[in-house]
Design a protein around this ligand. Sequence first.
Ligand code: CA
Ligand code: CA
Length: 115
Amino acid sequence: MYNSVPASKSSYGTLIKCYANSTAHQYAMKHGYRFELLDKPADLVYGDANLDGKVTLSDALTVSQYIANEEKYGLSEAAKKNADCYNPGDGITGNDASAIQWLYFGAIDKLPYKK
Ligand SMILES: [Ca+2]
Ligand SMILES: [Ca+2]
């Protein structure tokens, strides 16, 4: 019966948002919390630092801001992967912001740019 569910585990209780089969997902099922499955992490789109699906100058700005003030302009893990589009794996630097601009202005025709 619905009414017999304790208040703490009712439909108004904690809602855990998690990825399928993640630790949080298993925790929610084990302890009876409500949970909502998130979509899979966004696919890697080199240069798309703000995760809007397009590579534009906004992304170069997003990367520049992140470099200037990582605490204020933090990026999600997916965004960081996208942002590291110049020599992927070497971290996010001014070169990554530049590579986005190069692509936008047509100096290069695709990302990632490897040197
Ligand atoms: Ca973008
Ligand atoms: Ca890089």
